[in-house]
Every structure is written in structure tokens, then in C-alpha cells.
Design a binder for this molecule. Structure first.
Ligand code: SAM
Length: 443
């Protein structure tokens, strides 16, 4: 099958070369370890992910060293068993992740680090952000995966074919199950996270992998670190692609998809939901179907933006869609047999058919222009002003600490330098140092 990719910056068709996709006007998108990175500023994003991956690996080693060090001082037998597990699992996990990402890590830094520091990734997207989803997808999550597929089938009965696009496909379980069940002509999974895509690819190819699951609250000492084998029930047959892409600049032409899935995605995106819906509308063919599924866990400061399922349905109707089927149910969510907590979420699913109006694809402006254009003045945001005041105060207090002064003495200086009442200054200093002490206690 002819590849479906278009330039995310100009929409021009791309040509596939040996190690990159390129456009006639010189844009180049690398293929790294068989996954095309078709995103604007792909070299910058590569450098950012490399830096994040190195940080994650260093953190794994640190955690292992800490477990080892605490083990050497531990008198309790059962704690020693747990610490021993962690002391072994963390460095092993480092090697497993390093092996998995070897090609990507070995690439020369995509862009100078100074450029990489101009962050492209939202701060909630990290290498391990969705690691528990991986174990759910490919080890213990059969019941959850089947429940999700069943909900999809309820709102979107088997029958439709053509090109299916999975936005935020993660490590790919839903894409795998839907592709097998619906047998579309082609499936395209798009995600921003290179580790998840790499795992998805390995699974689709029928390869087995191992990774440690280290639950936040292990159910038993034994389950503090469990080496999980990840494997699909056979190779994913037919025609499919996995691509590293960003929903804010999709590598697809307008009107190219028959079905677009947005599983567990809408509420975590830093964009206005109507703009995301318009993007889905634009990449769908007229009369194409949008299948939305997930809880609505928006946690925006704006109360207006925190939509309920009812509001999302109404909004969908205003954006050129007709809702065909809608359903809601409690679904188990990442209920690991190793964890103490079991999450259940109210999930709404619907299928909505696109009208025939011409597509109006908006650039999804996640970032304001003063962030993307380094020559623009930075506005005096309220958060910046508050943070300035707080940081000045913090800096003053921190500079007073010389290993000799007491809380009372620091409060005295606050009383003099910041004209705080003596009792207020003592309270402020106490609270400040208590938080500093707590920061050593909690993760
Ligand atoms: C909550 S997870 C859901 C993953 C998967 N759909 C599932 O149900 O397990 C959200 C996914 O969206 C991806 N993602 C976040 N922002 C994205 C963006 N701007 N473009 C593409 N994918 C994105 C994340 O990497 C992650 O895999």
C-alpha cells in the first residue's frame, strides 16, 4: 500500500526514502528504528526525548542505588526481601529500557541541547508516563482490554472498513484488537512517545519483551518488582503503520481517514477541546466516523473547559458531527494484580459521523506565540508575578541558612528585612522549614 503520510507543516505529500520521509520543499522527517518521526522540529523533539530518556535511565540507577544502600542498613527480614528485589530490578530495568531504545539513544543528538531545551513536549508527557498501560495492554489486562473493545463494538458495530487512525495509540493494544476485529484496509497509530511506539511495534511484529512492573503500592512484598513478559497473541496481519506524530500537527492529509479513534486522549491534551474535534473532523472523510472513548478527567483551571460527557456530546453536534450511538459504563482501569489500589472509571463512548461540509483544520495552538517566537515580549502573567514574589522570599530565606542559624534567628531577619510581625515571621519560617523537611520525606 502507498504510504499515507503528508508533511505536518505544509500538508504536501511526502516521499519515503531509506531513512527518512521528505517533501519536495526540503522538509525531512527521520525514520528511527523503523518508526517515522513525522513531527515539526523532529530533530528538536528527538533531542528532547533523548535528554528525557537519559534522565529516566539515571533515575532508575539512582533508585537502585538507594534501595541497595537502604538494604545494607535494614534489620527487618521482609523489608530486606523487598529492598533486595528493588536493588536488583532497578538496574535490570535500566538495561532492558536501554536495549529497547538503543537505536534511538545512539542517534547523534537531534539538535543542539540548547535548542532541545526549548521544550516541545507538554510537561505531563514523560518516557514512563504510561508504563502501567503497557502491562495492562500486553500482560495481565485481558479483561480490561476486552471490556474496552466490547464498548467500542457497542457504539461502532463491526462492518466499516477503510483507513482507521488511532490518535494517542500508546503501546497499541486497542489498535491491535480493533485491527484484528474490523479488518480495515489500513490502520495508523499515532503517538508522541517513542518508548510506547517501540513497544507497540515489537508487539505487532509478534516479538516478546520483558520489563519490570514496580507498582507504587505493591499488594505484597513479593510484588514490589515483577518481571513481566509482554507479548501479543500473534503478529498483527494486514496493513498498518505506527508513526511518531503530534495531534497538533498531524502527518495526514485532510479527508484521509474513514474512522478516527481517540481513546483516553481528549482530556489530557493541552488544547481547546473544540479545536481538537475540528482536527478530527478535518482528517476524516465526509461521512467518516469519529469513535471517542474514555473518561473525562479534564483538570483545567478554567471551569468552562472541564466538560462532562453530556457537554462533550452537545459540543460534538456543534462541530459538524451527528452522534450515532452513545454509551456509558464503569470500566476497570489499570487494575494490576500487583497493585493495592484498583481504579474503576466511568467511561463514555460514542460514534459520530462527520458531515459533508469542507474541512476547516485549525492549527492547534497549544503554545502562545510569545513562547514559540523568541523575539516576542513575555506577558506579565499572574503566575509569573506570584512566583517572583515567592522566589525572592525563598531566596532570601535560603541565603540565611548557614548551618548555624535557628528558625528563631531566621524569623528575626524576616522581621527586619520584610517588615513581617515577629510572631508572623516565626510562623512563616516554621512552615517554610517544615515543607523543606517534608520534601525529603515524600516522593
Ligand atoms: C492516557 S494515554 C492513552 C493511551 C492509549 N490510548 C490507551 O488507551 O492506553 C494518552 C496517550 O496520548 C499520547 N499523547 C499525548 N499527547 C499527544 C499528542 N500531542 N500527540 C499524540 N499523542 C499524544 C501519550 O503518549 C499517550 O500514549
Amino acid at each position: 500500500m502507498q504510504h499515507p503520510f503528508h508533511c505536518p507543516e505544509t500538508s504536501a505529500a511526502l516521499t519515503r526514502g531509506k531513512d527518512a520521509f521528505s517533501s519536495s520543499n526540503g522538509k525531512r522527517y527521520p525514520i528511527i528504528d523503523e518508526i517515522p518521526w513525522i513531527v515539526p522540529h523532529s530533530d528538536q523533539l528527538l533531542a528532547e526525548w533523548q535528554v528525557l530518556a537519559q534522565q529516566t535511565l539515571a533515575e532508575l540507577l539512582n533508585q537502585g542505588a538507594q534501595a541497595q544502600e537502604e538494604l545494607s542498613r535494614c534489620a527487618l527480614k521482609s523489608s530486606s526481601t523487598r529492598l533486595q528485589k528493588l536493588a536488583t530490578a532497578f538496574p535490570d530495568q535500566t538495561k532492558l529500557v536501554e536495549n529497547l531504545l538503543a537505536d534511538f539513544l545512539a542517534k547523534p543528538l537531534g539538535a543542539p541541547v540548547s535548542q532541545a531545551l526549548q521544550k516541545i513536549l507538554p510537561s505531563n508527557q514523560r518516557l514512563f508516563s504510561y508504563l502501567s498501560n503497557v502491562f495492562r495492554d500486553w500482560n495481565w489486562g485481558q479483561e480490561e482490554n476486552q471490556a474496552t473493545l466490547a464498548m467500542i463494538e457497542k457504539v461502532f458495530p463491526v462492518g466499516t472498513q477503510g483507513t482507521f487512525v488511532f490518535l494517542g495509540c500508546g503501546s497499541g493494544r486497542l489498535m491491535y484488537d480493533v485491527h484484528k476485529k474490523y479488518e480495515p484496509a489500513h490502520s495508523i497509530g499515532i503517538d508522541l512517545n517513542p518508548l510506547l511506539l517501540k513497544i507497540a511495534r515489537k508487539m505487532f511484529m509478534g516479538t516478546e519483551l520483558s520489563l519490570y512492573e514496580m507498582p507504587a503500592l505493591p499488594r505484597t512484598t513479593e510484588k514490589a518488582a515483577v518481571l513481566r513478559s509482554l507479548k501479543a497473541e500473534g503478529k498483527l496481519k494486514g496493513s498498518w503503520d505506527l508513526v511518531l506524530g503530534d495531534i497538533s500537527a498531524l502527518p495526514l492529509a485532510n479527508g484521509s481517514a474513514d474512522v478516527v479513534f481517540t481513546p483516553w486522549l481528549l482530556d489530557i491534551l493541552p488544547f481547546e477541546t473544540p479545536d481538537v474535534i475540528r482536527t478530527v473532523h478535518a482528517i476524516l472523510k465526509p461521512k467518516g466516523t469519529w469513535v471517542q472513548l474514555g473518561p473525562l478527567g479534564f483538570r483545567r483551571r478554567s471551569k468552562r473547559a472541564n466538560l462532562t460527557a453530556e457537554e462533550l456530546a452537545e459540543l460534538t453536534l456543534t462541530q459538524g458531527f451527528e452522534i450515532k450511538n452513545i454509551d456509558g459504563a464503569f470500566l476497570p482501569y489499570i487494575q494490576s494484580p500487583a497493585e493495592s489500589g484498583l481504579r474503576t472509571e466511568w467511561v463514555t463512548a460514542f460514534s459520530a459521523v462527520r458531515d459533508s461540509e469542507p474541512a476547516t483544520r485549525l492549527p492547534l495552538e497549544g503554545l502562545p506565540s510569545w513562547l514559540t517566537n523568541p523575539t516576542e515580549p513575555i506577558p506579565k502573567l499572574k503566575s509569573i508575578e506570584t512566583s517572583l514574589y515567592v522566589h525572592r522570599l525563598y531566596a532570601e530565606v535560603l541565603m540565611m541558612i548557614d548551618g548555624k542559624r535557628s528558625i528563631e534567628q531566621v524569623a528575626g531577619l524576616l522581621n527586619q528585612n520584610f517588615s513581617l510581625e515577629a510572631t508572623e515571621a516565626l510562623g512563616v519560617a516554621r512552615r517554610f522549614f517544615r515543607s523543606a523537611w517534608e520534601a525529603e520525606l515524600w516522593e
